[in-house]
Design a protein around this ligand. Structure first.
Ligand SMILES: Cc1cc2nc3c(=O)[nH]c(=O)nc-3n(C[C@H](O)[C@H](O)[C@H](O)COP(=O)(O)OP(=O)(O)OC[C@H]3O[C@@H](n4cnc5c(N)ncnc54)[C@H](O)[C@@H]3O)c2cc1C
Length: 601
């Protein structure tokens, strides 16, 4: 296996190479300026959102609009928008630290995410100069609110089959839009909508539609189980005349917008989930420290400490993955920005390169968030079920993250499908690595790296986890080599492979961050070591189960036994005592009264 320092980091290259911890971006690398942004966002959430949360949760469009405008005035929308269009033109990391802090604001974080993401990015990446000049300054300040209309009653996951139509008017000056969109976030408060419609019946195309255009109407608010602060509505278009200059991108190329915009959105969703996890953990720690049963504080019960440790560990793994991914994308974007003429195209190419990692962050982090809010509620006992305690809202707010920005099922199919597509196209030497392992004497398989240094045994386990993935994916895909159509119907296997990919990325990101902190002589180095070992225990159990399921699903008799034997040989993991590790991690969280690895003070 090569190291990623030898070869440039590519999408998915973590699966076939080893990474030097010094080469990844971790939360502890945030600059003072990043931390200042995070603190400003925190202040905004406390002063403007949490102080009014009861009223906001009743979904008062006027109040929500006022809060969105205030966020605009506070400069929270302009971070990524270039200076030429009224923004600050800052790096992706600055945007992500703010997105993370806003992530704890539930429904408001949806309004924020749409404004800075799908409401703005179609214009930012695909708009004409005129469109950018006209709309971006307004979106940057919050003078205008944006929204994105892709989903329709008949097309959700299968979004490109939308039925909304766009016909060119006789004078050639307008497209006339007819159709409806559903579940549109910010629908009831937005001024500008990116709407997708089929030109001449089959050319999927994006249009910029202003709310006052005749024939455009916004439906009633959906009554949702969570994110109640956010506005979600139907949109109806009856003969809406949209000027031809409001086409975003090219006619028939709307899929490029729809698919590319999702990449960054998925990473942002992941980092927002990290913010929500930290918040739920803090809530659980606060409650658990003051509530006593059997004359004992809840946080002193080992059984609850194990839950706290899992929550801390999941947050650490997700946070490590998000900032690692952000680091490589940010680097690509900075390089791409050198040439103004090709800047936006190159940004998109960078996002496409790491689309797999973005999808991993979306699916893995949203599921960790669900585990965290569920356990945080459980620590509250019956009080967790009572609306007076904010954990009930946090629990409800979390659930949507597994559904939008592509459901987690669609993301799983994408993670594996995208990898195999790249391998087939020769973008990643996956097949060669699969072959190496199937031909090798397993005992000879060892990492190229020296077998010492901090967490060397965990690093070795990460190496084995990758070998396990390469072996299992190799033997399973080989069976379908001549018939990929049949393989595509093996959705369970595609999803299990995706789970292995996600787990490897999570485990390795946690291990690399921990080593980087140990090498930096961090005061909490031993806690970083503990959390990496705890993640090892969590990830390897799941990896092994996925590997076994994959073999059992596709082999019988002797080949099944032989393959399972190899799975067992590769699944020799170092010991990780979850009792001791869990108690130490929980003790640190209880003492800190929050996520104990928080970087921003
Ligand atoms: C609160 C909220 C806000 C939203 N905001 C927006 C927005 O601002 N703009 C916008 O355009 N959309 C928005 N959406 C829509 C959202 O993106 C869709 O709900 C989502 O893509 C899923 O589509 P669907 O609801 O039609 O479910 P379906 O596509 O019908 O899926 C139902 C189930 O089937 C599974 N499934 C579907 N296809 C497959 C497959 N090929 N293989 C295996 N399983 C499959 C799904 O994973 C899911 O579990 C929002 C939705 C909600 C609820």
């Amino acid at each position: 296996m090569a190291t990623d320092t030898q070869a440039k980091v590519q999408g998915y290259s973590f699966l076939i190479s080893e990474t030097d911890p010094q080469d990844i971006f971790i939360p502890e690398d945030l600059t003072d300026e990043h931390c200042q942004f995070a603190r400003s966002a925190d202040e905004f959430v406390d002063q403007e959102i949490m102080s009014d949360i009861a009223a906001l949760e009743k979904l008062d469009r006027k109040l929500l609009t006022a809060k969105v405008k205030k966020a605009g005035e506070a400069g929270l929308f302009m971070i990524e928008i270039p200076e030429a269009y009224g923004g600050l033109g800052l790096d992706l990391i600055s945007q992500l630290v703010v997105t993370e802090r806003i992530g704890r604001s539930g429904g408001f974080s949806v309004a924020y995410g749409v404004q800075t993401g799908i409401g703005t990015e179609p214009i930012l990446f695909f708009g004409t100069d005129e469109q950018k000049e006209k709309y971006l300054p307004k979106l940057a300040t919050g003078e205008w609110i944006g929204a994105y209309g892709l989903t329709e009653p008949g097309s959700g996951s299968d979004a490109l089959t939308a039925r909304t139509t766009a016909m060119l008017s006789e004078d050639g000056k307008h497209y006339v839009l007819n159709g409806s969109k559903c579940f549109i976030s910010n629908g009831g408060i937005a001024d500008l909508f990116t709407i997708f419609a089929q030109v001449d019946g089959d050319k999927f195309t994006g249009f910029l539609v202003e709310k006052d255009m005749p024939g455009f109407s916004v439906g009633a608010e959906e009554e949702k189980m969570g994110i109640k602060t956010s506005s979600t509505t139907m949109l109806t278009m009856e003969n809406v005349k949209v000027p031809v200059e409001n086409i975003v991108g090219e006619i028939g190329k709307g899929y490029k917008i729809a698919l590319n915009i999702l990449n960054l959105g998925r990473l942002k969703l992941g980092v927002g989930a990290v913010g929500a996890m930290k918040d739920a953990l803090k809530e659980a720690l606060g409650y658990g420290a003051q509530r006593k049963q059997f004359q004992t504080r809840l946080v002193d019960f080992p059984l609850l400490q194990q839950k706290i440790a899992r929550m801390v560990c999941a947050t650490y793994a997700c946070e490590s993955m998000c900032y690692r991914t952000a680091g490589v994308i940010n680097e690509g974007i900075q390089e791409a920005s050198a040439d103004a003429a090709t800047m936006f195209d190159n940004h998109l190419a960078t996002l496409e390169e790491f689309s797999g990692e973005c999808a991993i962050n979306k699916a893995y982090d949203s599921e960790c968030l669900d585990m965290v809010v569920d356990e945080a509620l459980q620590i509250h006992g019956g009080y967790g079920f009572i609306e007076e305690y904010s954990i009930a809202r946090q629990y409800r707010d979390a659930r949507i993250a597994r559904i939008y920005e592509g459901t987690n099922e669609i993301n799983r199919l994408f993670i594996t499908g995208n990898l195999l597509k790249r391998a087939t196209a020769g973008r990643l030497p996956l097949a060669a690595e699969m072959q190496k392992i199937s031909q090798s004497a397993l005992g000879a398989l060892e990492s190229d790296q020296a077998n010492d240094g901090p967490l060397a045994d965990v690093r070795e386990a990460v190496f084995r986890a990758k070998q396990l993935f390469l072996f299992v994916s190799g033997v399973v895909t080989e069976k379908f080599m001549s018939d990929m159509k049949t393989f595509n119907s093996q959705q369970e296997s595609i999803a299990w492979l995706a789970e292995m990919i996600m787990e490897i990325y999570a485990l390795e990101s946690a291990q690399l961050r921990a080593v980087k902190r140990i090498e930096a002589d961090d005061d909490s180095a031993s806690l970083h070591e503990d959390v990496a070992r705890f993640q090892l225990a969590e990830s390897t159990a799941r990896l092994e189960q996925n590997a076994k399921d994959l073999i059992e699903g596709h082999f019988t008799g002797e080949s099944r036994d032989a393959n399972l034997d190899i799975v067992r040989q590769l699944s020799r993991w170092p010991a990780a005592n979850r009792v001791e590790l869990g108690r130490r991690l929980a003790a640190a969280a209880v003492a800190a009264e929050k996520y104990p690895f928080e970087v921003v003070g």
